[in-house]
Ligand binder design. Structure first.
Ligand code: VGL
Ligand code: ZN
Length: 203
């Protein structure tokens, strides 16, 4: 079953939002257009409490985009983003959502960040997404959305680790740091993931 996983197409990640991914808005029409090619469509949503430890504002004297050690893990300190029930956490109103069968939220635990749609960054807690996909017999996963170098990347790497087939739709994602994403793409390919352009998606 061909399954599309739309990662974090939320107002805060598109231009005008607090953690805007450059040109993040450019992918939305494309995602809407290829949804019809999939049998199952799932989305994820970054969904933080206001006191989340990934926010620079919650660390005295720290700057946005600085990296700290948090519970023995590297943590980038982000601008406040995707606070639960805020406008910034809502899906972009341009995104077609009528065919999204389930939404998996992540980042609710204030003590740990959660980039992947499958697990938190310590791999301590699952979102249930893998179990859901297995029950649906969804083995052939396609990923798009934001941001390419964080939530999309870590979701793909977890999917491959679990044993799913995972394909990145490259023109339907944008990176916070495109030069870093170049290297990350190599990791995806080395792990057995695929990278395609949306025009090559087959019916
Ligand atoms: C994301 C940074 C912080 C993402 C989420 O969706 O890629 N990036 N939280
Ligand atoms: Zn976040």
């Amino acid at each position: 079953m061909k399954t599309l996983i739309i990662i974090d197409v939320q107002n805060d990640f598109i231009p005008g939002g607090s953690l805007a991914v450059p040109k993040g808005d450019e992918i939305i029409d494309l995602i809407n257009a290829f949804q019809e090619k999939f049998d199952l469509i799932i989305a994820t949503q970054d969904w933080h409490p206001a006191g989340h430890s990934s926010f620079a504002a919650n660390h005295l004297g720290k700057e946005e985009f600085e990296t700290i050690q948090l519970h023995n893990q590297e943590q980038v300190l982000w601008p406040i983003h995707c606070v639960q029930n805020s406008h910034g956490a809502a899906f972009s109103s341009s995104l077609q959502t009528s065919k999204i069968e389930a939404v998996f939220r992540k980042g609710m635990n204030p003590e740990i960040d959660s980039y992947s749609g499958f697990f938190d960054n310590a791999h301590a807690k699952s979102t249930g997404l893998a179990g859901y996909l297995k029950e649906k017999n969804a083995e052939d996963l396609y990923f798009c959305g934001l941001a390419a170098d964080y939530c999309v990347y870590f979701s793909i790497m977890d999917a491959l680790n679990i044993g799913f087939s995972a394909t990145l739709i490259e023109d339907a994602t944008r990176a916070i740091d495109p030069s870093k994403f170049k290297d990350l793409k190599e990791n995806i390919l080395q792990k057995g993931g695929k990278i395609v352009e949306s025009k090559n998606l087959l019916y």
